[in-house]
Design a protein around this ligand. Structure first.
Ligand SMILES: NC(=O)c1ccc[n+]([C@@H]2O[C@H](COP(=O)([O-])OP(=O)(O)OC[C@H]3O[C@@H](n4cnc5c(N)ncnc54)[C@H](OP(=O)(O)O)[C@@H]3O)[C@@H](O)[C@H]2O)c1
Length: 245
């Protein structure tokens, strides 16, 4: 199966930002969507918007740090649509702060959402993809994995882990599966600065408002990777605003 139309695509972190834009984009192209996030009201609003536009979408309340929640997300795809073609692991948190602030709960959250969350997705979807002898992982990384800037070290480290896990998974995936890393630069979403230390949040939102690209730019990159013919693996895409260093 190539293209986007008819594919069963699960997206984590679909209640806002890049995940919402990706779900909307894929819904317009005829994907059958299973969307996961924790905020029920926001997730339902995205599902309703996609359905109102003629698309197909179901929402599942998912905390990616919980293994059973990812299992429920992929089970929902199988129960409702009989298969799963793509898992977009996008859920994330940009709660950055300087080390001296010792915001260890935020460090833990970035580790568990980006690393454990990604592994939970792999654990839930890989058996399905193996059984089908087809499937695609699309993992959302960050340019922070390429250029490390203070005070983003923990965030950058966890996104570096996403990059490494994606490449390792690609090498182990064999001829039937596709594995893609999409690494955004500054993107205009509510998540920029959310949960960050006050100084970091102020700097990030100011930079976002000055230079960020729309989340639709990342949605289109993800769509490009998905729509390639079977046997063509877009392994890595980095998308930045032109003015981002
Ligand atoms: N915006 C940027 O400049 C930028 C740049 C590079 C990379 N990224 C990456 O892009 C991804 C999306 O971020 P965004 O910019 O679109 O921010 P966002 O609007 O805050 O979106 C983050 C999404 O992740 C979900 N999420 C967070 N923790 C979760 C958890 N434990 N379980 C399930 N869902 C969870 C949130 O939904 P709930 O709160 O409803 O669960 C939300 O839907 C992240 O991985 C981020 O690191 C963003």
């Amino acid at each position: 199966m190539s293209g986007i139309e008819g594919k069963v695509i699960a997206v984590t972190g679909a209640s806002s930002g890049i995940g919402e834009a990706t779900a909307t984009y894929l819904g317009e192209k005829g994907a059958r969507l299973v969307l996961g996030a924790r905020r029920e009201d926001r997730l339902n609003a995205v599902v309703d918007k996609i359905k109102a536009a003629g698309g197909t979408a179901t929402g599942v309340i998912v905390d990616v740090t919980r293994r059973e929640d990812l299992q429920r997300l992929t089970d929902t795809a199988i129960d409702q649509f009989g298969r799963l073609d793509v898992l977009v692991s996008n859920a994330g948190t940009m709660a950055v702060s300087p080390f001296d602030d010792l915001r260890q709960d935020d460090w833990d959250a970035m580790v568990s959402v980006h690393i454990t969350g990604l592994l939970n997705g792999i654990g839930a979807a890989l058996p399905v993809f193996r059984e089908q002898r087809s499937g695609q992982f699309v993992n959302v990384g960050s340019t922070a994995a390429y250029v490390v800037k203070p005070p983003q070290a923990v965030y950058a480290a966890t996104k570096t882990a996403v990059k490494v896990l994606t490449e390792g998974l690609r090498q182990e995936s064999g001829p039937d599966l596709r594995v893609t890393l999409v690494s955004p630069g500054f993107t205009n979403t509510e998540g920029v600065g959310k949960g960050a230390s006050p100084e970091a949040a102020a700097a990030m939102t100011q930079q976002r408002d000055a230079i960020a690209m729309p989340p639709s730019a990342i949605a289109a990159a993800i769509g490009y990777a998905i729509e390639q013919p079977e046997g063509v693996d877009v392994s890595e895409i980095v998308v930045r605003p032109t003015v981002q260093a």
